[in-house]
Design a protein around this ligand. Structure first.
Ligand SMILES: [Zn+2]
Length: 409
């Protein structure tokens, strides 16, 4: 077994935490911001120091490659360096640092490998400043039009586009350098779980076999705006009260479905939102996720069977967006599971609830993911934390996985 150096991994985690440090335990590192560019430069410097060749593609995705002994496509691992506002020091960046640590371990211990091994950085996974999320993996995997993405405008700087930021970054390379089935044979993304299951159930490693499908619906309740002081209760058409009743109804119905279903009303608005006026229009969203499309169909049936009138108010709904479940490559999923087992780490097969760049890549080449536990499940916040020893177990599984792929694919 090849083990990474825990001290070296810990140093990397602390070194990269400086780029965009909020001073409160987390980072704000929007894609292509000065902080993100500094993190990229550090990635490049450190990878060149171990003998890797660094290239970028036309979306500024970065690839640091250790040549193999044979002319074969690369075995690739990586994630993203950008964060949400006041995010943590693990989401995304840990996948990049793990790939760096894996390659550094293999290089310094002179472990022979036939395939080139690549550590990669995806551009703009979070979509925190330029929407959408998973932008560059979406472009190179043909989910999004590049032109539309280049025209995406910064949320905090009207008129300034992603395309302008990309050109100014100095990290734009050739389209021919894009990750593709021609130059890569497998992709493994290590990531924090971003949920509480692995820690709560005592597992070292999550063997990710796919990404949950999801739907997001927006409901609109229409009532009648009237004076809050003069309208007796029995004459009211209160759209907010109707929405509250409907949310309760949806919870009661959805709780009868598979316990692995998760659903959320995370956004609600009331009009006119004035304390002396009965609300006449209320909107809320329902986000529902499950790996099995049959369960998502059951959610849709519940939505469709919902009464169309609530306390005198009408309801309409529409799909805001949806995505299908993604199944990762069975062979790679098994290699991850066997690697964890060989290292003596407890592991659980798990689906990812959040989206990741790897799920777009899965359409293009064999792909899988490795999860490490998130303490108390916190993520997308400054409390996000995974002890370095727990991260190191993930890196060891990654190393074993990369070397097994190198021997068998
Ligand atoms: Zn992430």
């Amino acid at each position: 077994m090849i083990y990474c150096n825990v001290t070296s991994l810990d140093e990397k985690i602390h070194a990269f935490a400086k780029f965009g440090d909020t001073g409160k335990g987390g980072i704000t590192r929007f894609s292509l911001s000065p902080e993100a560019l500094a993190a990229r430069a550090e990635f490049q410097k450190r990878m060149e120091a171990i003998g890797a060749i660094v290239t970028t593609d036309d979306m500024a995705n970065m690839y640091a490659t250790l040549p193999g002994t044979e002319a074969l496509p690369a075995v690739v691992s990586g994630s993203h360096l950008d964060s949400v506002r006041q995010g943590g020091n693990y989401d995304g960046v840990l996948g990049v640092l793990s790939a760096m640590e894996a390659l550094e371990t293999i290089a310094t211990q002179h472990v022979p490998h036939r395939h080139p091994l690549t550590a990669m950085v995806w551009t703009n996974e979070e979509g925190a400043r330029y929407e959408p999320a998973m932008m560059s993996s979406g472009v190179i995997c043909n989910k999004f039009s590049k032109e539309k993405m280049l025209a995406s405008v910064a949320k905090d700087q009207p008129g300034y586009t992603f395309g302008e930021a990309l050109t100014a970054s100095g990290f734009v390379g050739m389209q021919a350098n894009r990750l593709s089935p021609d130059n890569a044979c497998a992709l493994i993304e290590l990531h924090i779980e971003q949920g509480p299951v692995l820690e709560a159930e005592g597992y070292d490693i999550g063997v990710v076999d796919g990404v949950c499908g999801m739907i997001n619906y927006e409901f609109t309740f229409v009532g009648q705006a009237d004076h809050a002081g003069t309208t007796p209760m029995k004459y009211r058409k209160d759209a907010l009260y109707a929405a509250v009743k409907a949310i309760q109804y949806l919870h009661d119905e959805l709780d009868r479905l598979d316990p692995a279903l998760v659903y959320t009303t995370g956004k609600i608005s009331a009009h006119p939102n004035i304390h002396t006026i009965i609300p006449d229009e209320v909107k809320f969203t329902l986000d529902a996720r499950h790996y099995d499309s049959a369960v998502i169909q059951q959610v849709l049936s519940i939505i469709r069977a919902m009464p169309c009138e609530w306390v005198g108010c009408t309801v309409s709904y529409e799909e805001a967006w949806s995505r299908k479940s993604v199944a990762y490559d069975e062979r790679l999923v098994d290699i991850v599971a066997q690697s964890a087992k060989a290292l003596g780490y407890t592991n659980l097969r798990i689906h990812s609830g959040p989206g990741h760049d790897a799920q777009y890549a899965a359409d293009m080449l064999p792909t899988s993911m490795i999860f490490v536990p998130s303490v108390e499940g916190h993520s997308h916040c400054e409390l996000e934390y995974t002890p370095t020893e727990a991260c190191a177990k993930g890196v060891n599984v990654l190393i074993e996985t990369l070397l097994t792929i190198d021997k068998t694919l």
